[in-house]
Design a protein around this ligand. Structure first.
Ligand code: UDP
Length: 362
């Protein structure tokens, strides 16, 4: 079986690493399975791309479509045009897409129109919030996917309610958690740890990059000013996404507690999360990692497509207002962290399950 794997953005690289490891394992067991890795070039900044290939031992992509930035439509169209050319020259049995970025949707559409089967890893999750491009990408990708791999039974249920064939909906666990568990013994302390006087639990990690939080510079600054004074005796470490950096650089504000650092490589970032007091974020993937690591997480969004991070895990959805964040954070400081567990099958073996199922489908 010839699989073309698509990756375009930071969270994709983290998700494909264990899938590639699982394919290599099957090859060593004598199965006829090979892969071609396509990087669409959606993320091209070294800190969001190359670093992850190096740290997670992902092989160099066979091709980079080099699409770079653009509006939603420009980027989606550029990926489709470039990937169609690629697929014509290098046909395969299956295109495997992960997550919910533009590359996921664009390559799924191209594959399907070229009569190639599509597998979607992290299928079926839904926030119901169509103002987010990711939700549109999820819905469209799942509407043409052949093999669905889900992280939760609720994601599988969403697909079954849509009429997907139950034989093709597979609850396998979470590939992002595979990466986390495969690398926990490799995480490393960042160079700036002493310089910023960081120590276990004396800081909060902050990440923000979603348009609702960062696109309007004055509300972003107001939000950061509020977060700056949220807790008396904790530093706020903010690995700032290039998107947020570009917007903030228009406004030179000084903060008392917020320490700005570049986006971190995976091994440093997980070290920082694991030793933090709490995390404030608008990322979906990070709320899964904090759940596994048992770190309190406050999500600055009105909804989540990963409900188990809140119902089972450590996540609290606080909305996008500073008042709500203050209220929920104060309750946490007074009452301590909520009791949390780890969702079913988040055991580090999702990728192996996926590849075993695909090999059997042939
Ligand atoms: N991440 C990282 N360095 C950072 C911030 C995030 O390695 O400075 C990792 C994080 O551990 C998680 C992933 O990037 O695995 C999440 O990516 P992002 O927040 O961009 O995407 P989302 O999960 O919101 O789709």
């Amino acid at each position: 079986m010839k699989i073309t794997i698509i990756a375009g953005a930071r969270p994709n690289f983290i998700k494909i690493a264990p899938i590639i490891n699982a394919i290599k394992k099957k090859q060593n067991e004598g199965f006829e399975i090979s892969f071609r890795l396509v990087h669409t070039g959606q993320h091209y900044d070294k800190n969001l791309s190359d670093t992850f290939f190096e740290e997670l031992n992902i092989p160099q992509p066979d091709v980079n479509l080099d699409v770079k930035s653009g509006t939603q439509s420009e980027q989606t169209a550029a990926i489709m045009i470039a990937f169609e050319r690629e697929l014509v020259v290098h046909p395969c049995d299956l295109v495997l897409v992960v997550g919910d970025v533009n590359s996921t949707m664009a390559c799924a559409i191209v594959a399907k129109k070229c009569h190639t089967k599509v597998a979607h890893v992290e299928a079926g999750i839904r926030s119901g919030d169509l103002s987010m491009p990711e939700e549109i990408n999820r819905m469209l990708t799942d509407s043409i996917t052949d093999y669905f791999f889900t992280t939760s039974t609720s994601a599988s249920d969403n697909l079954l309610k849509l009429g997907c064939n139950p034989e093709n909906v597979h609850f396998v666990g979470n590939v992002m958690i595979d990466t986390l568990l495969q690398n926990l013994n490799r995480i490393s302390v960042p160079d700036f740890w002493n310089e910023h006087q960081l120590s276990e639990k004396n800081y909060i990690i902050l990440t923000l990059h979603r348009p609702a939080n960062v696109d309007e510079v004055s509300s972003l600054v107001a939000l950061l000013q509020g977060i700056d004074t949220l807790v008396q005796d904790k530093k706020i470490l903010f690995p700032i996404h290039p998107r947020t950096q570009a917007i903030l650089s228009e406004n030179q504000t000084n903060f008392k507690n917020i320490i700005f650092v570049l986006p971190q490589g995976y091994l440093n970032f997980i070290y920082l999360i694991k030793n933090s007091f709490a995390v404030i974020t608008d990322s979906g993937g990070i709320s899964e990692e904090t759940t596994l690591l048992g770190i309190p997480c406050f999500t600055m969004r009105n909804n989540t497509e990963r409900p188990e991070t809140e119902t089972i895990g450590t996540n609290t959805i606080v909305g996008t207002s500073l008042e709500n964040l203050r209220e929920r954070f104060t309750a946490f400081l007074q009452n301590g962290p909520k009791k949390a567990g780890i969702p079913e099958l988040w055991d580090g073996k999702a990728s192996e399950r996926i590849i075993s199922i695909l090999v059997d489908k042939k």
